[in-house]
Design a protein around this ligand. Structure first.
Ligand SMILES: CC(C)(COP(=O)(O)OP(=O)(O)OC[C@H]1O[C@@H](n2cnc3c(N)ncnc32)[C@H](O)[C@@H]1OP(=O)(O)O)[C@@H](O)C(=O)NCCC(=O)NCCSC(=O)C[C@H](O)C(=O)O
Ligand SMILES: [Mg+2]
Length: 286
């Protein structure tokens, strides 16, 4: 599965050092996996984790799940070696942590060649430069790093995420302006299903493509929250039919259930149907 059709409802982090979790991921219902060599791996495990991860990727078995590798930053002692090693396993993308601006992507692109790049947006500079990051020719996706962002801002974690809202929306605006994927940050309390559900719904309302996750128990909630509902699919079908019937009568606007339907609503409806079809295709392949 490639390109825009690919769903990113659930994007599961897996520490590159955890062989059992790397194995388990081959059977999990994640739309995408972030194989992590950065913050989930302790300094004295970095080199072992890199080898464990490359072996797992070369072994394969991840099906249509997008395989994204988060490397250490290039200004660390591990970054360049991470990139060189993981390129051998041909991941779908390399995710760079703590991207501050387009120059960080230029530096990485010198080593990554044609491989797609994704960027963690998790520093004040990254948020302020989100537009130039999203516009970078190699950039295909952005991931909110809400833990690092909260640390850098010195803000408190709140259920409504008010202190993070400007950063979340700035990154989303940049992503939408440049047609790249944008995935929400993690929900740390991985045993709190109600809290996760509320935060997924907030992320979906804001316009994120999906949510990054830290535990398999979070997958079903994110997959449900970021998929079009049955009502949304049915309404989309009826909007398209109503608009086509109006057009056949020479009208530019239809009315459905007391609401107008114009060409822009039809574009959204077609997008909803395309997302639903892409999810069905991915789930059938898993
Ligand atoms: C959070 C965890 C440390 C919990 O681990 P554990 O106590 O081992 O969980 P369980 O015993 O409940 O595990 C049950 C089985 O599930 C497998 N498992 C657990 N986690 C994962 C996973 N992420 N992917 C795949 N499989 C997983 C276990 O192996 C068990 O399998 P089995 O034995 O076969 O039954 C742990 O979940 C964990 O390490 N999670 C990932 C943490 C992580 O990646 N953190 C870094 C990313 S968050 C971040 O940095 C965001 C950003 O940068 C920011 O700034 O915000
Ligand atoms: Mg981080």
């Amino acid at each position: 599965m490639t390109g825009e059709a690919r769903p990113y409802r659930s994007v599961l982090y897996i520490p590159g050092s955890k062989a059992r979790a790397l194995d388990k991921a081959r059977t999990l219902t994640a739309d995408a996996i972030i194989f992590d060599l950065e913050d989930a791996v302790a300094a004295d495990e970095k080199e072992n984790a890199r080898q464990t991860l490359v072996a797992a990727l070369m072994h394969g078995g991840y099906g249509d799940r997008a395989r994204i590798v988060r490397v250490n930053a290039l200004d660390t002692q591990w970054g360049a070696d991470d990139i060189a090693a993981v390129l051998r396993a041909a991941p779908d993308a390399i995710l760079l942590p703590k991207v501050g601006g387009a120059a960080d992507l230029d530096a990485a692109a010198e080593q990554t060649g044609d491989t797609d790049l994704w960027a963690m947006i998790e520093t004040p500079a990254g948020v302020l430069n989100a537009e130039e990051i999203a516009a970078h020719p190699r950039l295909k996706g952005m991931v909110m790093g809400t833990n690092d962002l909260a640390k850098e801002l010195g803000c408190r974690f709140r259920a409504d995420r008010l202190p993070l809202m400007q950063s979340l929306q700035t990154a989303l605006l940049a992503a939408r302006a440049h047609d790249v994927v944008c995935v929400d940050g993690v929900y740390n309390a991985f045993k709190d299903d109600d809290g996760l559900k509320a935060e997924c719904e907030q992320g979906r309302d804001l316009g994120f493509d999906g949510k990054t996750l830290i535990h398999p128990a979070q997958l079903a909630t994110a997959n449900a929250a970021f998929a079009p509902t049955e009502d949304e699919v049915e309404t989309a079908r009826r909007q398209i039919a109503a608009y086509e019937a109006a057009q056949a009568e020479g009208q530019g606007v239809a009315v459905l259930d007391g609401r107008i339907v114009e060409n822009l609503h039809v574009a959204t409806a077609r997008n909803t149907l395309a997302r639903a079809a892409a999810i069905t295709a991915l789930e059938m392949a898993q």
